[in-house]
Design a protein around this ligand. Sequence first.
Ligand code: AP5
Ligand code: ZN
Length: 212
Amino acid sequence: PHLLILGPPGAGKGTQSSNIAAEFGVEHITTGDALRANKDMDISDMDTEYDTPRAYMEAGDLVPDAVVNAIVDEALNSADGFVLDGYPRNLDQAEELEDMTDLDVILSLDVSRDELVDRLTGRRVCDDCGENYHVEFNQPEEEGVCDECGGELIQREDDNEESVNNRLDVFEENTKPVIEHYQDHDGFVAIDGEQTPDEVWADIDAAIDERV
Ligand code: AP5
Ligand code: ZN
């Protein structure tokens, strides 16, 4: 199936996409991870303000559309089923996506702003495999060490309070209209993202099962 997961920064898109990929055998396509792996690539020939994605990401601003559209286009070309996470983030990207592929299910995770700030500033990620943890809500068995691979847990550069607040503002302004745009799609389903991770997963699992 072709799945899209939408929601603000910290809503649990990455966490739930891992579950979806494992359960439904689809590829997890995430622009955030793809950009983090290519933070220092030279984008100066694309007529951008900065020469690499890094400066945009650390501030919590959007990386220019041309860069992100190319990443998604290539990833979709080599994927059969997928769960797309982190894209589209504005209406222009949504229009691009329409030219690239169709969608079966669109999941929209809802979480309040206060909760998002707590989740993001407390998040830790594995430096080796990218697995997500939280200092309070999702602790590893051993502090600072990844359960999956033994890697070191670190804080993302954009999970400081200032960048987090900017990311949430960018979401309100650019990405909320994308969610409104998809609300009339047959496959659209709103999920209460403020429940426990297991409860959110149960709702998502059932919603996808019903539609594919
Ligand atoms: P990206 O990597 O996409 O970051 P994001 O959208 O800010 O989303 P996050 O990864 O922060 O949150 P998430 O929803 O995946 O939540 P998670 O599961 O980790 O983008 C980063 C940057 O890249 C952007 O700022 C931009 O610069 C650039 N970029 C990316 N895509 C772009 C695009 N299309 N166009 C332009 N630029 C782009 O969960 C968060 C935390 O909460 C974790 O600690 C987790 O353990 C915990 N948690 C999860 N679920 C629950 C729960 N139910 N209860 C309690 N805690 C929970
Ligand atoms: Zn790991």
